[in-house]
Design a protein around this ligand. Structure first.
Ligand SMILES: N[C@@H](CCC(=O)N[C@@H](CS)C(=O)NCC(=O)O)C(=O)O
Length: 201
């Protein structure tokens, strides 16, 4: 299997964390770094959409979209299952909220890095409000005790917290003691430490 990736991608990081949490060595999947938004990118002949992560299987099948790649790896590799079954309403509800939160954080950071004269303040305000509401919900609903075995929803939520804090200074800790304890414990896990993106230069 070959994983096309860029080191700073929070989406690709979710896949890498899932592998580690399953006990699968990262080295068992070939990692190929590609360029993005580049007509000469070596990714494009495999995936015309041009996004990472992209996973090439041994038979040449190209899998795209983080959640589909993660679900495939969860189902086909050894180790504990990180995806809830389709009828597990509570776990799927938590996964859905985490995915929506991540989408909002990514929309925010993409808007924030546009040239200043093009930035839409109303879009930034919308995403800030979405994030604040969702963080409050996390703080209310997360378990008091930190789970020893996080699932895919936990991984998406914690990667999004990290990304929001690093890229748009999202403050998810202040005034949210339960989320703070949960998030700090998650970010200290070996799977998160081993997949830290390179420091920004
Ligand atoms: N919906 C996709 C989003 C992946 C995504 O946007 N990846 C970014 C890197 S973090 C990317 O490839 N951007 C290049 C582009 O949008 O052209 C997924 O869940 O995998």
């Amino acid at each position: 299997m070959e994983l096309f990736t860029v080191p700073t991608s929070p989406y690709a990081r979710i896949v890498r964390i899932l592998l580690i949490e399953k006990g699968v060595p990262l080295s068992s999947v070939k990692h190929t770094e590609v360029t993005l938004r580049d007509p000469a990118s070596t990714l494009l002949p495999h995936n015309p959409v041009g996004r990472v992560p992209t996973l090439r299987l041994a038979d040449g099948t190209i899998l795209t979209e983080t959640i589909l790649i993660a679900r495939y790896l969860d189902a086909t590799l050894p180790g504990r299952q990180l995806f809830p079954g389709p009828a597990d309403a509570k776990a799927n509800a938590a996964l859905g909220t985490a995915l929506g939160f991540m989408e909002g954080v990514v929309a925010w950071l993409r808007e924030a890095r546009r040239p200043v004269e093009l930035v839409s303040q109303s879009l930034l305000d919308l995403e800030k409000a979405r994030a604040a509401r969702t963080l409050d919900r996390f703080d209310k609903e997360l378990p008091q005790t930190i789970e020893a075995a996080p699932d895919i929803g936990d991984i998406v939520r914690a990667v999004s917290l990290y990304t929001g804090e690093e890229r748009v200074k999202l403050d998810w800790r202040a005034g949210r003691p339960r989320l703070k304890a949960w998030g700090e414990a998650m970010l200290a896990r070996p799977s998160f430490v081993q997949t830290l993106p390179p420091a920004k230069t």
